[in-house]
Design a protein around this ligand. Structure first.
Ligand code: GDP
Length: 296
């Protein structure tokens, strides 16, 4: 994914060999390789800058312990900092409210919101034994509502039927009433996306957020978006109190840099990774696995 950073570093690491400490001069070249690899992986520059600085601070003066070569010690520091910048430990979904717990899905059209809503419903039913209601507020694209209805059918989640002419705010309120009456534990609300950032869309989702008071507002973003993910993330983070991120399409040849950039911009943990089109293709996001994958 990240052009095999380990391979890139292997030449440099030879030059680090035989020194008992990582010093500013001997890690300079290694840091340059890390920077190039991250640029190639489409990580946004501000995120790279912060990352490199953190690695540098940690690496300088790092004692080389036991059998570790300075090169291995450096890789270790890079790995730990990659994990830290992506949120350290795995972040669990928060459902700690009186039911129904509302999960609001936000993101651009095509990011994978509807698919992820279905996958998340399945995951919550299977892994957390929750009764889930799926709701679509995408009144502008009847096909999106049908797509969610189909996903509900396939997963066995309940689907909230939308009446013609109902507006997103009305749908949300009615769906919440319905969920309370039918004792749903979780309500997943899929929203309308646009191809780009759009004022009306932002206002609408912001209004929905205030109305629904979701315990999770998840920003769904396509890992293939690379650098563009930064602008989208910034725009959504400005209008919504995001609580987490779903990074989709990690099964493609995504550069993966989006993981670092989006985390840097939003400050919120990536909670799930989309790893296939099919309904089982959603996994909790593990920063340590991602860091290992990056290092190759
Ligand atoms: P929305 O407009 O944000 O609701 O996006 P959709 O859920 O309709 O997804 C857009 C396309 O991306 C669909 O063809 C999905 O099957 C596909 N998709 C979504 N998530 C993933 C994923 O994790 N992996 C792959 N390969 N495809 C995905």
């Amino acid at each position: 994914m990240f052009n095999n950073l380990t391979e890139r570093l292997s030449g440099v690491i030879k030059t680090l060999r035989g020194e008992a400490r990582l010093t500013e001069s001997n890690i300079q070249e290694a840091l340059r390789e890390v920077r190039i690899a991250l640029i190639e992986a489409d990580v946004a520059l501000p995120a790279i800058k912060v990352f490199i600085e953190q690695v540098k601070q940690r690496a300088i003066g790092h004692e080389v312990l036991g059998k570790l070569s300075p090169g291995q010690a450096f890789i270790g520091v890079v790995h730990e900092e990659l994990m830290a910048i992506m949120g350290g430990d795995k972040a669990d979904i928060n459902l700690n409210v009186a039911p129904p717990a509302v999960i609001l899905m936000a993101g651009l059209q095509g990011a994978g919101k509807t698919t992820s809503s279905g996958k998340l419903a399945k995951w919550l039913m299977e892994q957390k034994k929750k009764k889930v209601l799926l709701v679509s507020c995408d009144i502008y694209r009847p096909a999106a509502i049908e797509q969610l209805a189909l996903l509900a059918e396939q997963t066995g989640a309940d689907f909230f039927p939308v009446k013609t002419g109902q507006q997103p705010a009305e749908i949300s309120t009615a769906a919440l009433d319905f969920a309370r009456k039918h004792h749903h534990d979780v309500v997943i609300v899929d929203t309308a996306g646009r191809l780009g950032i759009d004022e009306a869309m932002m206002q609408e989702i912001s209004q929905l957020e205030q109305l629904l008071n979701p315990v999770e507002t998840l920003f769904v973003v396509d890992a293939m978006q690379g650098q563009d993910a930064v602008n989208t993330a910034r725009a959504f983070a400005e209008v919504l109190p995001l609580t987490g991120v779903i990074l989709t399409k990690l099964d493609g040849d995504a550069r993966g840099g989006a993981a670092l950039s989006v985390r840097h911009i939003t400050g919120k943990p990536i909670k799930f990774a989309g790893v296939a089109e099919k309904l089982t293709g959603l996994e909790p996001f593990y920063p340590d696995r991602m860091a290992s994958r990056i290092l190759g």
